[in-house]
Design a binder for this molecule. Structure first.
Ligand code: SAH
Length: 219
């Protein structure tokens, strides 16, 4: 691995391991998820000026009013998604920095990801190329309708919050699959987990969270 990816000082493997330890303490127990987070260098997903803060467990700005999600939230959502049998094909709405995308790409066969801000998408694309993660397909679009041409997905993850859960997304989840999505008004969002079963849809409300809003159209 090259020096930039390996990091030094505040971006080194040692600093990264401290973050992994903190995630364990906060209740993340999937070794697969922790291992992926240990190997994907979060510091390349933020501007150089913020690289020294990349292994703090906080969301950070990535420009255009958007944020890279807090590592704990990335770990938590990924762990929940990976709890179903054989997750191979994932749809992500809200590529952002591409960090969550990279974690998913290290764990599953194929990731489809949609972003409505072109400049963020192109940076994310470059970063995943640098990490040699080739199992990701990008789409520049409003992701609220999902990506029906590629459906169905084993799981769908949304990393921006609508006020209400969009119905089109659940239709693209396969039987037995899951949708994880933050929803609610700003300041009072909750993480929702929806499961598609033979008996119907089950819905659980998980943690209180804070995501940027899911917006319409493209920029
Ligand atoms: N998982 C990302 C989160 C970035 S913030 C990361 O950790 O970097 C959420 C992202 O969702 C932003 O980049 C925002 O532009 C994008 N977004 C918001 N509404 C969207 C929509 N309707 N379709 C696609 N992307 C959307």
């Amino acid at each position: 691995m090259n020096q930039r990816l390996m990091g030094i000082g505040m971006t080194s493997q040692r600093t990264r391991l401290r973050l992994i330890q903190r995630l364990r303490e906060k209740g993340i127990s999937s070794e697969k998820v922790l291992d992926a987070m240990c190997h994907v260098p979060r510091h390349i997903f933020v501007d150089e000026a913020l690289a020294s803060r990349a292994y703090e467990d906080t969301a950070l700005p990535i420009g255009l009013g958007q944020t890279i999600s807090q590592p704990f939230i990335v770990a938590r959502m990924t762990e929940i998604l990976m709890q179903t049998d054989s997750v191979k094909k994932v749809l992500e709405i809200g590529t952002g920095s591409g960090y969550q995308t990279a974690i998913l790409a290290s764990l599953v066969e194929q990731v489809y990801t949609i972003e409505r801000i072109q400049s963020l998408q192109s940076k994310a694309r470059q970063r995943l190329r640098e990490l040699k993660l080739k199992n990701v397909r990008f789409k520049f679009d409003d992701g609220i309708m999902g990506w029906p041409e590629q459906a169905e997905y084993d799981v769908i993850i949304v990393t921006a919050a609508p006020t209400n859960i969009p119905s089109d997304l659940l239709a693209q989840v396969k039987m037995g699959g899951r949708l994880i999505i933050p929803a609610g008004e700003d300041g009072q969002q909750t993480l929702h987990l929806l499961e598609k079963t033979e008996e119907g849809i089950t819905q659980h409300q998980l943690d209180a969270v804070q995501f940027v809003p899911l917006l319409g159209g493209t920029v």
